[in-house]
Design a protein around this ligand. Structure first.
Ligand code: GLN
Length: 264
């Protein structure tokens, strides 16, 4: 039986900064190369998700105004299904503005506080709107050993994968993790969650938030596989399900270049 996955792209017309849509291209393409049927569905303003349909949600970054624009629609039409899905282990990746939005509250640079989507226990405050108050630049971070082991366990044959993640950040929001949420990785270069934090991103169950644009997944194929593997293992209720090993020479070369240039 060929495996299949349904990916839902949340608010693609509002939240799509710095090439974030490239993440969907990577997920789709890697599925194709691995022989997995993959359907990507946009879900935007006015649309309701179908319970049980989605295996992986993606939400990209956005300007403060675009983030605020989607909050009411999310709570009216999407919250119940998506909250139930994520509590049940469905994979969700949010990048930058999408990550900030997944939290409980978001204080924008202009001082306006807005409700978040309430998917994970994080809060974000922006100190202001000046460029010098933003965290901008290349970001290199290292995932924790347990996650790296789990990444390695996903492959049907041994594969050398880095323990680092690389990307580009550009945000004013400073994110603080609450109880029950783990950081995604330890920052080696750049900022990550906030200007004084040692950590980048967040994880709660299979929900991931990251400040890495770039876009994130093309230069981190091991993280793309991790998301696909978690989604498949949950969908097919098979903790030993494995993925074919793709060569990834160019992808990993782009990754190593960034680590060598900025991470040492
Ligand atoms: N508007 C948010 C901020 O500047 C997120 C920006 C982004 O997604 N890059 O903090």
């Amino acid at each position: 039986m060929p495996y299949s996955l349904t990916i839902t792209h949340l608010y693609p017309d509002y939240l799509n900064l710095y090439g974030d849509t490239g993440n969907l291209i990577v997920l789709k393409r890697r599925c194709q190369w691995m022989g997995i049927d993959c359907t990507v569905k946009p879900l935007s303003m006015g649309d309701r998700p179908h319970p049980g349909e989605t295996d992986l949600y993606f939400m990209g970054g956005g300007q403060d105004n675009d983030q605020v624009a989607v909050v009411d629609d999310f709570h009216q039409l999407k919250y119940d299904t998506i909250k139930a899905d994520t509590e049940a282990g469905v994979v969700f990746l949010g990048v930058c503005g999408g990550y900030q939005l997944m939290g409980h509250t978001f204080l924008m640079g202009n001082g306006q506080e807005t409700r978040g989507l309430g998917i994970i226990n994080v809060t974000t405050k922006a100190p202001g709107t000046e460029v010098k108050q933003r965290c901008i630049g290349n970001l290199v971070a290292e995932v924790f050993p347990a996650m790296h082991q789990e990444m390695l366990s996903l492959y049907a044959a041994p594969k050398a994968i880095p323990s680092t993640l690389v990307g580009f950040e550009n945000h004013s929001g400073q994110t603080v993790l609450g109880d029950g949420v783990e950081p995604l990785a330890k920052t080696i270069a750049g900022f990550g969650n906030n200007a004084s934090a040692e950590y980048e991103g967040a994880r709660y169950k299979n929900v991931f938030g990251s400040y890495m644009h770039g876009s994130l997944l093309p230069k981190n194929p091991h993280f793309a596989d991790y998301l696909l593997g978690l989604a498949l293992r949950r969908k097919y209720d098979d903790a030993s399900l494995t993925l074919p090993v793709l060569p990834d020479a160019e992808e990993l070369e782009a990754h190593s270049y960034t680590v060598e240039r900025y991470g040492n």
